[in-house]
Design a protein around this ligand. Structure first.
Ligand code: FES
Length: 243
C-alpha cells in the first residue's frame, strides 16, 4: 500500500503542472484528499498510544492566585520612567562616592604642609658680603651660597675646564657670576665640605680629601663629580629663591 500511495502522489504532482486549468483543479482535489487521508491515519495511530502523566490531579487541585490587584493601571511607561530615574540617580551617587574616595587617597599621599613649606627657600642676598660664604638648609641638605669677588670670577673663568674630571665651564654653573649656589654635599660619599679650604681656594672635603675649586668643580681627590647646582631663581634684585 505505501507503493500505491507514492505512485498516486507522483501522478498528482505531474498533473499539477498541466496547462489545462481543469486538469490542475482535479489534481489539487486529489492532493487534498490524499493529505486528509494521511492526517486521519496519523490521528488514528496517535489515538491508540497511551501516556500516563506523572502529575495526576494537579490541574484540579492547584489554585493560581490573581495578581490583577497588583498590576500597574497606567501601562508600562510609568514604571519605565521610574526605573530610568532610579538607575540614573544610583549611578550619579556611586560616581560621586568613587570620586571622593580617589580624591581622599590622593590627598593623603601628597606632601604635608610643613614639607611644602620647605620646598622653596627665599634668601636675602644683601646680607651676604662679597667674598663670604653662607650655608643654609634646604630640604634637609646644606646649600652653599658664595658671593664671589672679581678675582674669583676671573679664576673660575680662566680654568681649562675641558681637561677636568667632570668638565663644565663656570658659565654653566652660575646664573649671575658673582653668586655661586650649590649643594654642600660631597659627591664622593656625602660629607659636607669645608669652605675657603683646599688646594684650589674653594672647598675641601676632609672625609677622604676631595678638593673643589671656586666654581665647585672637583679638582683633586676621590669625588667623581662637581658639587651639584640646585634649581634656583632670582625673582628680584637682592633675592634668590632656591627650589
Ligand atoms: S666624602 Fe668627601 S671625599 Fe669622601
Amino acid at each position: 500500500m505505501p507503493a500505491l500511495a507514492h505512485t498516486s502522489r507522483a501522478i498528482a504532482r505531474t498533473w499539477a503542472a498541466h496547462p489545462l486549468p481543469v486538469a490542475r483543479a482535479a489534481c489539487a482535489a486529489t492532493q487534498t484528499q490524499t493529505q486528509t487521508r494521511d492526517i486521519s491515519n496519523v490521528s488514528q495511530a496517535t489515538g491508540s498510544s497511551s501516556f500516563d502523566s506523572p502529575f495526576k490531579g494537579a490541574g484540579s487541585t492547584t489554585k493560581v492566585p490573581s495578581f490583577a490587584a497588583y498590576r500597574n493601571k497606567g501601562g508600562e511607561q510609568g514604571p519605565r520612567i521610574f526605573q530610568y530615574f532610579m538607575v540614573g540617580t544610583m549611578g550619579a551617587i556611586a560616581s560621586l562616592g568613587a570620586k571622593n574616595t580617589v580624591q581622599d587617597v590622593l590627598v593623603s599621599m601628597s606632601a604635608s604642609a610643613d614639607v611644602l613649606a620647605q620646598a622653596k627657600v627665599e634668601i636675602d642676598l644683601a646680607a651676604i658680603p662679597e667674598g663670604k660664604n653662607v650655608v643654609i638648609k634646604w630640604r634637609g641638605k646644606p646649600v652653599f651660597i658664595r658671593h664671589r669677588t672679581e678675582d674669583e670670577i676671573k679664576e673660575a673663568d680662566d680654568t681649562k675646564w675641558e681637561s677636568l674630571r667632570d668638565p663644565q665651564p663656570d658659565s654653566d654653573r652660575v646664573q649671575k657670576p658673582e653668586w655661586l649656589i650649590m649643594l654642600g654635599v660631597c659627591t664622593h660619599l656625602g660629607c659636607v665640605p669645608i669652605g675657603e679650604a683646599g688646594d684650589f681656594g674653594g672647598w675641601f672635603c676632609p672625609c677622604h680629601g676631595s678638593h673643589y675649586d671656586i666654581s665647585g668643580r672637583i679638582r683633586k681627590g676621590p669625588a667623581p663629580l662637581n658639587l651639584e647646582v640646585p634649581a634656583y631663581d632670582f625673582p628680584e634684585d637682592g633675592k634668590v629663591v632656591i627650589g
